[in-house]
Design a protein around this ligand. Structure first.
Ligand code: 0L1
Ligand code: MG
Length: 262
């Protein structure tokens, strides 16, 4: 690690404050060019502690930057991992308030709900299959605390991967009921299909993202707990939304989920 405790705590307060006050900043590596991955996850861990201290609860985990479309859009080359809070959950068909956000974007995702804990290292896709209760469609709402979503990998890890909201819904489906790599996803905004993708856009198969997450957490002595809800990562680049937009995701064989921005 390159940063001291005090700097990590200060960065966590800064980013969390931006989220609370709906303001954006330039990426933190501009001021701290030496910070490394460990520092970035330490800032994220510190933000989680602040949120838990305020009475929020962890609702799940997220993998991010797991598709080449996303990596290209954000100019990064490695997936990364973060957490979801209970306050981020949006009921299927529910509303998401834009005035609480800086510059929201949405992503279509395949969500895994786990029945068994998973701990790396050495975790592979077969382990993910046997630990998964079901998969289900999900829409993630992103809201980077960095101006114009301009960040690098370390900065976005520290900012908990722009996490801000998620809705899951549709038909809970066995992970082996269909080939998730050839499963098609259609994201519509105001009834107009805007992005199309297949599960394979996430690292060849979305379960790969879950295995990578277990292995990455394992390096830090942590695991994916039984019961975890996990966003496996956007299958396409994210789409900007604004108040008045109604969005829906349909996933072949798994139904769909929709939300409105107000
Ligand atoms: O896949 C993701 O959830 C991406 C998270 C962070 C990058 C972004 O804000 O687009
Ligand atoms: Mg995502």
């Amino acid at each position: 690690m390159k940063l001291n405790e005090q700097t990590i705590a200060g960065l966590a307060e800064l980013l969390e404050g931006c989220q609370m006050e709906r303001r954006s900043i330039t990426k933190i590596t501009d001021q701290h060019p030496d910070m490394d991955w460990e520092d970035a996850y330490a800032v994220q861990d510190r933000i989680r502690a602040i949120k838990l201290g305020r009475g929020h609860r962890i609702a799940g985990l997220k993998a991010g930057l797991t598709s080449h479309a996303k990596m290209k859009q954000m100019n990064v080359d490695t997936p990364c991992f973060g957490f979801l809070l209970d306050s981020y959950a949006i009921a299927p068909g529910g509303e998401c308030r834009v005035d609480a956000l800086i510059h929201p974007r949405i992503e279509p995702e395949i969500v895994f709900v786990m029945k068994k804990a998973l701990r790396g290292p050495g975790c592979h896709i077969g382990d993910v299959f046997s630990a998964t209760e079901y998969v289900i469609p999900g829409i993630e709402v992103l809201d980077s605390r960095y101006t114009d979503f301009k960040f690098d990998l370390r900065s976005v890890i520290a900012d908990n991967l722009s996490a801000s909201g998620f809705a899951i819904g549709g038909v809970p489906t066995r992970v082996d009921a269909q080939d998730l790599s050839t499963t098609g996803l259609v994201l519509e905004v105001n009834g107009r299909p805007v992005v199309f993708s297949a599960g394979a856009s996430v690292l060849g198969h979305p379960a790969t993202a879950i295995a990578m997450m277990a292995n990455e957490l394992g390096k830090r002595g942590q695991e994916i707990p039984a019961g975890a809800v996990i966003l496996s990562g956007g299958t396409t680049e994210a789409v900007a939304v604004r108040a008045g937009d109604s969005v829906s995701l349909r996933v072949h064989g798994m139904g769909g989920v929709g939300i409105c921005f107000v």
